[in-house]
Every structure is written in C-alpha cells, then in structure tokens.
Ligand binder design. Structure first.
Ligand code: SF4
Length: 253
C-alpha cells in the first residue's frame, strides 16, 4: 500500500472513531488483520538514540523574543524535540504580522511544507488559500502558522511532548502578531492549543479562547479533501469568524 494512502486511512479512521466517540459509542469491534496492518510502520523514524543526542545539545527557547524574525532564526536551529532529527526545513509561518484579522493555525508541516519551508503549500494548503479567498481576503493578508515547526515523520500527528516543546514559539508569535481572531484547523491543533479532549466534531463552530483571543475550531483542510461534504460546516464556521470581525463574505461570482 502506498505510504500516503496508508496514512490517509489512519487519519480517516481517527476521524471516524472520534465521531463515534462524540456520538456516545464506547466500543467498536476491530478485526485482528486490521490491527496487524495498523501496526505496520512504512517509514522508519530516525533512531531515538541519534535524535536524543541532538536534543541533548538544544539551546533553551528564550522567554522573550523581540521580533518574528528572531523567532524564525531560533526555530531554524532548534533541537528542542525529536522532530529536529528528520526535518529538511523548519516552517515558522508567514503572512501579515500586523494585527491581521485572522491567524490560521494547523498542526504541523507536511512533506511539501518541509521541502519549501512554508506553511500550507500542498494540496490542503491550496484549499486553505481558496477558503481564505472565499472569505474576501488574500493569503498574504492573514497569518498562517502551525503548532509544531518541523514535519513529523510519515505526516503523523505531533506527539503531546512535541507540541509542548514547540508551543512557546507559537505563543510568542501570537503575542507579537496580535491577531484579532484565531482559526484552529483540526483536532490536533485544538488539543495542543486548548488542551481539550472534546472531539473537533463537537467543538467546531463554537467560540473558544486562547490567550484572550477568540478562537474558532474547525476541520483541517486535509480532512475536507477526503470528505468534501464537510466543506459546508467549515464555511459556516468561517462565516461566524467574519461576523465576529463585522464583515460579510464577498458576493459569489
Ligand atoms: S518542532 Fe519545534 S520544538 Fe521541535 S525541533 Fe522543531 S522547532 Fe524545535
């Protein structure tokens, strides 16, 4: 099975199980053959020993950065978690850093983002760009970032300890950018930001708060690529954001 297909299946399964849990289902039957397939890891992660050796020489994250450039510079040599071992590039984020209406936050870079050092540039990123444009903005008018700045191997979700290690960067980015609202993309980003275990299907469309800023949870664009029927839910969530900002989506051509 192709590696991306394998991980798409895993992600679909995660979303499905999360939905079932939200609906009150407490037990599901799983065939042994399925468990055996799930246990297979197509791409080896760097050896833990080698990665731990790198992390052992990490420079602590300063408590106060003066600028986004300073953060990006520190991130580029960061070895504060094991994700530093397999990355090609760090992906600190990009966009309008002058109190933009919206800061979009995803969970972490994928293969395209790792290769280019820019957030949301693959297929999911192109969909995010279309969503931003449907709201009446250009991509460069908002800020786009991720919870972790290095690609997790195999595009797996970042681990709690990786998100915790990286969060000081995002927290300081938010402090410098001062966005008017935040849109959290996907369950992992929301869990990392808010520490909530409530599923994204329950949380989406309900205002939350991060560091005193209103935060709207919604589905991740990569989930929409697999299940386009959820696009209307995301559009509802984004319209709530526009309403909060006192704006209306542009008339559709
Ligand atoms: S994910 Fe964040 S904390 Fe981990 S190495 Fe990359 S920049 Fe550092």
């Amino acid at each position: 099975m192709a590696e991306t297909t394998f991980y798409n299946l895993i992600e679909n399964l995660e979303n499905y199980l999360e939905y079932q849990r939200d609906e009150g289902v407490q037990r599901v039957e799983v065939d042994r053959a399925v468990l055996a397939e799930l246990a297979r890891i197509p791409e080896a992660e760097p050896s833990v020993e080698a990665a731990e050796e790198l992390v052992a020489t990490a420079v602590p994250i300063p408590e106060k950065f003066q600028s986004l450039e300073e953060i990006a510079m520190h991130v580029s040599t960061c070895r504060n978690c094991l994700l530093c071992a397999a990355r090609m590039n760090t992906v600190p984020g990009e966009g309008n850093a002058d109190s933009p209406d919206i800061l979009f936050i995803g969970e972490g870079p994928g293969a395209d983002e790792d290769a280019q050092g820019r957030p949301f540039v693959g297929k999911a990123g192109q969909l995010l760009t279309r969503m931003i444009e449907a709201m009446g903005y250009r991509r460069e008018q908002v800020f786009i970032a991720n919870l972790v700045k290095c690609r997790p191997p195999n595009n797996r979700a970042p681990l709690p300890e990786e998100m915790e290690a990286c969060l000081p960067y995002l927290r300081q980015q938010i402090g410098l950018i001062k966005p008017k609202t935040i849109v959290g993309l996907g369950a992992t980003a929301i869990k990392g930001l808010l520490g909530k275990t409530t599923g994204i299907t329950r949380l989406r469309g309900t205002w939350q708060e991060y560091e005193g800023i209103k935060l709207m949870p919604t589905f991740h664009p990569s989930y929409l690529l697999r299940d386009p029927s959820k696009k209307k839910d995301v559009w509802q969530d984004l319209q709530l954001v526009l309403k909060e900002l006192g704006k209306e989506p542009p008339a559709r051509k």
